[in-house]
Design a protein around this ligand. Structure first.
Ligand code: RRO
Length: 407
């Protein structure tokens, strides 16, 4: 896998799984079967913080709202008390850091740069619950300035955690990439509020407003992952309401190389194993042998043909040497039939970008879906009338033939 060389695609979202408390509860059993491919810490700041006044949580019809306010022991406390414990986890450790000034973030990053226990850093520029939390993450210019200060401090991978609370997450992601970020993760929570049930006009949360997470934000997150993927080449860790293997597959298809579970963990601590099992089923049903093969399916054809060139490898060519023909066909299947939109000839033909032989593969997979034969017939007709256009990746490697006008 292209993200930190993980061979599994599921990590935790920062702040939603306390590995130290879990170790206390489950002992070494936690280490023997750690539920995530990497562990992301709760945000660390330079000075210790108490966090926001209670109440800190509010349950929503389809999610959760939090206003935790970043309680943590501060850099020194984390280094002395938490890091030694987290270093015992059997997976790469990603430390999430945040500061209200560039210099603070640079100092945090420099401190962790020296620690072999730390595999990567996640820059939290997206917390909705502290006054300065969003300033650097909502504006591409601010984020560029932050990365210019932080990048020289470490060779470790830097992951920028993006906010959905801004005009253009894709612009921010592009600034992150251009100024040295190795990956982006998205989304952090969406800002929201709840009124006190008895005291009209007063907010329920002690912090006033909070961050909305869970199934309520999944569609927003999916759209943003897809949009960011169409702008940047660096790996994306997708998150936002993922609660099933199907959800995970959709985030991969939208362009993520790994996914994070967050809010679901509070209701279902067994979610990592369950989601991984379900994802395997989803992948197997489509003939994929690894999650990587599903990455970027929702992009197949479109950006490539628009540019007459590929602006990013849809499926990392370092991992597998190009996009297999079946993947293109599966992509079509995933995007149309499987989405339950029925057989829309136009859509299916548009998405059958791999050429006639791929359309055959497509039909082989979906031979029981009513209308498939007719779609194939029409597709063959289309592709004969309109010559296929070869698509190459950024290294000039041929990855597919497409029907140019149909995309
Ligand atoms: O601690 C929090 O209130 C918090 C943080 Br740092 C964050 O990044 N996102 C969130 O929803 N809550």
């Amino acid at each position: 896998m292209t993200f930190l060389d993980l061979d599994e695609p599921i990590v935790n979202a920062s702040g939603t799984f306390d590995a130290i408390a879990a170790r206390r509860a489950f002992g070494d059993a936690l280490l023997e079967r750690f539920p995530f491919a990497a562990y992301v810490t709760k945000t660390v700041t330079i000075a210790p913080r108490q966090g926001n006044p209670p109440p800190r949580l509010y349950e929503l019809p389809a999610g959760l709202m939090n206003s935790i306010g970043l309680p943590n022991k501060g850099l020194d406390g984390f280094l002395a008390e938490d890091l030694p414990k987290l270093a015992e986890l059997p997976v790469p450790l990603i430390v999430n850091v945040m500061g209200s000034k560039r210099e603070d973030v640079a100092r945090l990053v420099a401190a962790f740069a020296e620690r072999d226990e730390v595999a990567a850093l996640e820059l939290n520029v997206s917390c909705p619950n502290v006054k300065t939390g969003l300033i650097m993450g909502a504006d591409p210019g601010e984020l560029a300035g932050l990365l210019d200060a932080v990048r020289p401090q470490t060779d470790k991978p830097l992951i920028v955690k993006l906010t959905p609370n801004c005009a253009s997450p894709a612009d921010v992601a592009a600034a992150a990439q251009d100024h040295g970020a190795d990956a982006v993760s998205l989304i952090n929570t969406l800002r929201g509020m709840a009124m006190h049930p008895r005291r009209a006009g007063e907010p329920w949360l002690g912090g006033g407003t909070g961050g909305v997470s869970g199934p309520a934000v999944r569609a927003v997150a999916l759209a943003q992952v897809r949009e960011v993927r169409s702008r940047v080449r660096i790996p994306i860790v997708g998150m936002g309401g993922i609660a099933s293997g199907r959800d995970a597959l959709e985030f991969l298809a939208a362009g993520a190389v790994a996914v994070a579970l967050g809010t679901v963990l509070f209701a279902d601590p067994g979610a990592p194993d369950r989601v991984r099992g379900e994802l395997d089923e989803e992948l197997r049903a489509r003939g994929f042998s690894s999650p990587t093969q599903a990455t970027g399916l929702a992009h197949v054809g479109r950006e490539q043909v628009a540019d007459k060139d590929v602006t990013f490898p849809l499926i990392d060519t370092r991992a597998g040497g190009g996009v297999p023909a079946e993947v293109i066909a599966h992509g079509a299947a995933f995007s149309s039939f499987e989405r339950g939109h029925g057989v829309d000839e136009g859509v299916v033909i548009d998405l059958c970008v791999g050429g006639v032989e791929n359309a055959d593969a497509f039909v082989a997979i979906h031979k029981d879906v009513p209308g498939t034969d007719r779609v194939l017939r029409d597709f063959k007709k289309e592709s004969v009338e309109r010559p296929l256009h070869p698509v190459v990746d950024k290294d000039g490697v041929h990855i597919a033939d497409v029907v140019p006008d149909s995309i």
